[in-house]
Design a protein around this ligand. Structure first.
Ligand SMILES: [Zn+2]
Length: 312
């Protein structure tokens, strides 16, 4: 990603004093001193010695499903309270940054959904970068309106929201699997897959973790062009893992050595056996460790760590 713009001005929709940078429409709230660097920031310093070898610690969240009404609830869960709890936990021991893999909004990506999300972010904003991807319950236009539509910014892929992050030992690529708001299925689409292929050809050999919203099964509501994505990334050995949400189930699996990490939902679960919460990730050149922080649902696995080694 090239030319980025750091926007510090107040726009009509912004009521918080964010330091906000966006790449291709995906919003990143990036303090300049953060170890993680939004790659489009042209003034980035060379990679520091600490970043190459050491682990970088991140908070991964998904399916926050924040509504305009903080009391909105589903299956006995209150997404607003759950996210508040998760952000409080994260703020008490700050990681390098946060990634949220979509379904930020409750159902149809309303402005007030995003405004509430933004309200909940207050303990973290300006302290750590926060990278947001879109899910099937998000709305691109409203999302950009709340988190600021960058003036004059040309997205990497038209109508899609892509962000690349140099996270020290690893690189993140947030893709956009939103097909249509409030339609369950997901699609990256040819243009985005072509962009990804070209990006992977030109980036260095740093381990890459892909993030997007949709789940990876073979149902109508899953990512519809998953076989094409797998064809694309299978031979690119620096792609080590995919982190995604959508199913509201916490699960680890793999495809040809590529780790598939299905994040639990923050908002609510679909089954009582599933945790509600977020995942703390320690990532390095060789692999990662993933620790569940359950804020509700099945809390039996709270604190449980899972170690993964990257394919070579
Ligand atoms: Zn979803």
């Amino acid at each position: 990603m090239s030319h980025g713009v750091e926007c510090n001005g107040i726009t009509r929709r912004r009521f918080l004093n964010f330091s906000l940078a966006a790449v291709g429409g995906v919003v990143a709230l990036t303090p300049r001193w953060s170890a993680a660097r939004d790659e489009k920031q042209g003034d980035s310093k060379p990679e520091s010695s600490r970043s190459a070898r050491q682990l970088t610690r991140w908070a991964f969240l998904s399916d926050t499903h924040i509504a305009g009404d903080p009391e909105n609830n589903y299956r006995g869960s209150y997404p607003y309270r759950n996210l508040q709890k998760a952000f409080t936990q994260i703020a008490s021991d700050l990681p390098e940054g946060l990634v949220v893999t979509g379904d930020i909004a409750r159902l149809t990506g309303q402005m007030e959904d995003y405004e509430n999300f933004q309200r909940l972010l207050v303990p973290l904003v300006g302290r750590r970068p926060i990278y947001l991807a879109l899910g099937n319950h998000d709305n691109l236009v409203n999302f950009l309106d709340v988190f600021e539509s960058p003036v004059g910014r040309r997205p990497a892929v038209k109508g899609k929201h892509i962000v690349t992050v140099d996270a020290g030992a690893v690189r993140f690529i947030l893709l956009d699997s939103l097909f249509a708001t409030n339609q369950t299925m997901g699609l990256l689409g040819k243009a985005q897959r072509t962009w990804l292929q070209q990006y992977l050809q030109t980036s260095d050999d740093k381990p890459v973790i892909l993030f997007f919203h949709h789940s990876l099964r073979d149902e109508d509501g899953d990512l519809q062009d998953l076989p094409r994505l797998f064809d694309l990334i299978k031979p690119v050995t620096k792609v080590k893992a995919i982190v995604y949400g959508h199913s509201h189930e916490y699960e680890f699996s793999d495809f040809e050595g590529i780790h598939l990490i299905n994040l639990p939902a923050v908002g609510y679960n679909f089954g009582n056996d599933q945790p509600i919460g977020w995942v703390e990730a320690r990532l390095g050149r060789e692999g990662g460790e993933f620790v569940l922080h359950a804020v509700g649902g099945n809390t039996d696995l709270d604190g449980r760590a899972k170690q993964l080694r990257w394919r070579s």
